[in-house]
Write a protein that binds this ligand. Structure first.
Ligand SMILES: O=C(O)CCC(=O)C(=O)O
Ligand SMILES: [Fe+2]
Length: 356
């Protein structure tokens, strides 16, 4: 029986997708006692707020925006249906994502890098250099906008990858821009406030690939974290594995069909001056089926100066909770550590400072 041994090399040995047969895992994947306990007694979410995009065009627009506001304020996530991204395109994207991780490892290892500044890369876990415990995940990520600036850096195989992903990324960008508009409106801001606050903006597509794991009780597919970007719009396959933290407990998110799961990231928490909360979430492994998720991360360009919307930080009772920072400063901090849930603390204005 092969043993999965993480080494530092060209990725051929490090990636969890490199072993096709069931393997016993290296101790570097074993989570703490406390995390093991947290895998038990997980509840299933009874209902996830669904935002029907078509309804936003109709007579109930204001009610839908209010529903969205409640979900962003109290949950940090919602589902979106009738979103305008063709189901056939979603399926094609999922299929090519699977093909990418199931083709011979040599065909993707050339993209392997643990350097977060390399924007198109394949990697494993989260931030291999900084982590004591590794996550049972491989991933591909690359920027998508503007397409012509980035498409040449994307994988060359499978042969249909660039064509399908270009179409998918374009559709995801248009959905996300609409989402940012209604989220701005739900905060009482100008429609284009959030999009403008992100400077030249960044759209990154990621494919997470979680092979079956022989020890699901001892490992995590991806540890608890909040997303560093502004808004994440995820396509899931039919294998569940995403869990969210709500009122101090972990909940399974049921697999969705045809809908996208949307969650708030750290930058939206800042722009909304804490009104909307970045979602704490994680992914768990299973021993039977590989799982794939495809998040589209939407966030600021590196030079964008992020700060609470002046309108939301104006009232005395709600002065600015965060000091201004560039997204580059934020990301340098985010990647200087293992995956955590409190990256934003570094940028908080403490209660006493706020009163000065
Ligand atoms: O696989 C999932 O459902 C979660 C992925 C995730 O949280 C991430 O890539 O940031
Ligand atoms: Fe995430």
């Amino acid at each position: 029986m092969a043993v999965q041994v993480p080494k530092s090399g060209n990725g051929m040995d490090e990636m969890v997708s490199s072993c096709r047969e069931r393997v016993s895992i290296h101790p570097k994947y074993l989570i703490s006692e406390e995390e093991r306990k947290s895998l038990h007694g997980v509840l299933t979410l009874a209902n996830v707020t669904t935002i029907d995009f078509e309804e936003l065009e109709g007579p109930f627009r204001m009610q839908v925006i209010e529903k969205l506001r409640q979900a962003c304020k109290h949950d940090g996530y919602f589902e979106v249906t009738n979103h305008g991204v063709a189901e056939g395109l979603m399926e094609q994207m999922m299929r090519v994502a699977e093909e990418f991780f199931e083709m011979p490892i040599e065909d993707r290892a050339y993209l392997y890098s643990n350097d977060y500044k390399r924007r198109t890369r394949v990697s494993t876990s989260f931030n291999v250099g900084q982590e004591e415990t590794l996550h049972w995940r491989d991933y591909l990520r690359h920027p998508c906008h503007p397409l012509e600036d980035h498409i040449d850096s994307w994988p060359t195989k499978p042969e249909s990858y660039r064509r399908i992903t270009a179409e998918y990324a374009t559709a995801m960008r248009s959905l996300t821009m609409k989402l940012l508009e209604v989220i701005s409106e739900s905060l009482g801001l100008e429609k284009d406030h959030i999009a403008n606050a992100l400077g030249k903006q960044n759209q990154t597509l990621q494919i997470n690939y979680y092979p079956p794991c022989p020890n699901p009780d001892l490992t995590l597919a991806l540890g608890a974290h909040t997303d560093p970007n502004c808004l994440t719009v995820v396509q899931h396959d039919q294998v569940s594995g995403l869990q969210i933290m709500k009122d101090g407990s972990w909940f399974d998110v049921p697999a969705l069909h045809g809908a996208f799961f949307v969650n708030i990231g750290d930058q939206l928490q800042v722009i909304s001056n804490g009104e909307y909360k970045s979602l704490v979430h994680r992914a768990v492994t299973n021993s039977k089926r590989r799982r794939i998720s495809i998040p589209s991360f939407y966030g600021p360009s590196l030079d964008a100066l992020i700060q609470p919307a002046p309108l939301l930080a104006a009232a005395n009772s709600r002065s600015a909770l965060y000091c201004p920072f560039t997204y580059q400063q934020f990301l340098d901090h985010f990647y200087s550590q293992r995956l955590v849930t409190n990256t934003l603390e570094r940028f908080e204005i403490s209660a006493s400072k706020g009163e000065e």
